[in-house]
Design a protein. Structure first.
Length: 86
């Protein structure tokens, strides 16, 4: 059984996904700049194994993702920071 990683038991894992570096001079912030998000355990995050909410799946699929899912990539480019997986 996994150890709880937050006081409410809502997260499966704490993961930090930093936003992509901004290419602007700061005068035009990106649409999600400064916001945080949590994603469901079905999205691929670089270096992490998606468990799809199933401990059995997680045990039988141990190869971490080599790239982020498209949705994660878009959030990063919009300036948001990922803080966990639920």
């Amino acid at each position: 059984k996994r150890k709880r990683c937050d006081p409410w038991g809502a997260l499966v894992d704490r993961v930090v996904v930093l936003p992509s570096p901004s290419t602007s001079d700061g005068t035009h912030p990106r649409s999600l700049e400064g916001l945080r998000y949590v994603v469901k355990d079905v999205f691929q995050i670089t270096g992490r194994v998606a468990g799809f909410g199933s401990p059995a799946w997680l045990e039988s699929h141990r190869k971490p993702a080599s790239a982020n899912a498209r949705a994660i990539y878009l959030l990063q480019n919009a300036g948001a920071t990922g803080v966990g997986v639920t």
